[in-house]
Design a protein around this ligand. Structure first.
Ligand SMILES: [Fe+2]
Length: 312
């Protein structure tokens, strides 16, 4: 049986991708951001998922604003990096997992979540930046990926509750897949930011911190946040955080928070990151996710790295 062993949330700021592509990661401004993901890369190397499901949003790259699906599942064999205006990012083509993706589509649609099925799709920074942050910059990505694109660019986006329930349906789908696959699910985007208008540059560290706390311990509380509250408290683009609730819905009710990182700003965005592991012992020979953390000593890893600069 396939199973979801852990969830990862990470901002997907495009400037982070540009810093990687332009080899600026050692510059003091960027080192502050990238150093927060060093432990995460170690964790990911040990977790060694067979497949990653990455929940992200397309930024008018694969889909123009003429057609904007609410939930679009990538069922293709591969997903090339999109040209976002400066040529495609110099990252490997993302390999898909059409068999598991089709199985998820079948299960989730029959559970009454009306996914758009994408048999051809390019992927933008929303997906590739978190991959860099967690997998580094290898010549080939270490595992196949199932992209799930969520509309958070054209109102109305789905509610946090809808996203959370979709996560549960995805988990059910994964657990009914017969092959023994270890799956990690990503929620990406956020945290607080606004890129235009009079409040451009808005960052709300207090809101972000509470969101991270509740994501770990009381996610149902987050499912009740209305869109207007996201906009008011976290800026117009803060609505991206509903995507984190798909990841959280796919995990156990009670999880172990093994790592957290928060820093502001990166470009004009608050960067948040968290790793949550399922507690449930998996059946079969493979060790549970907690054991996979290995060197990531739980007590030490729980220590929050919370670097704040200029937040409000
Ligand atoms: Fe985004």
């Amino acid at each position: 049986m396939a199973r979801i062993v852990a969830g990862v949330a990470s901002s997907h700021v495009p400037a982070i991708g540009a810093a990687i592509d332009n080899k600026q990661t050692e510059e003091p401004y960027w080192k502050r951001v990238f150093s927060g993901f060093e432990k995460s890369k170690e964790w990911m190397k040990e977790a060694k998922p067979d497949v990653a499901i990455i929940v992200y949003n397309d930024h008018a790259s694969a889909f123009s604003v003429e057609i904007v699906p609410t939930f679009a599942l990538g069922c293709a064999a591969e997903f090339p990096p999109a040209d976002e205006g400066w040529g495609p990012r110099p990252v490997p083509t993302v390999q898909g997992h059409p068999e598991l993706a089709s199985h998820i589509a079948q299960s989730v649609i029959l559970d009454e979540f009306d996914l758009t099925i994408c048999n051809k799709m390019e992927v933008d920074h929303g997906l590739t930046v978190p991959m860099n942050l967690l997998f580094g910059s290898p010549e080939e990505w270490p595992c196949p990926v199932i992209p799930l694109a969520v509309n958070v660019v054209l109102y109305p986006p789905p509610t946090g509750h809808r996203c959370y329930m979709l996560g549960k349906a995805i988990r059910k789908a994964v657990e009914s897949y017969p092959e023994d696959l270890k799956v990690v699910i990503f929620g990406t985007g956020g945290m607080s930011h606004q890129i235009s208008g009079p409040r451009a540059g808005l960052i709300n560290s207090k809101f972000d911190k509470a969101f991270l706390d509740n994501l770990s311990k009381d996610p149902k509380k987050l499912t009740r946040i209305p869109h207007l509250e996201f906009m008011r408290e976290a800026g117009a683009e803060g609505i991206e955080m509903v995507m984190w609730l798909i990841m959280r819905g796919a995990l156990d009710d009670k999880v172990d928070e093994v790592y957290r990182f928060y820093t502001v700003p990166a470009s004009n965005t608050a960067v948040g990151h968290i790793i949550l592991e399922n507690r449930r012992k998996a059946a079969g020979k493979r060790p549970a996710a907690g054991k996979l953390a290995g060197k990531t000593k739980r007590a030490a890893a729980r220590k929050t790295i919370d670097i704040r600069r200029g937040g409000r």
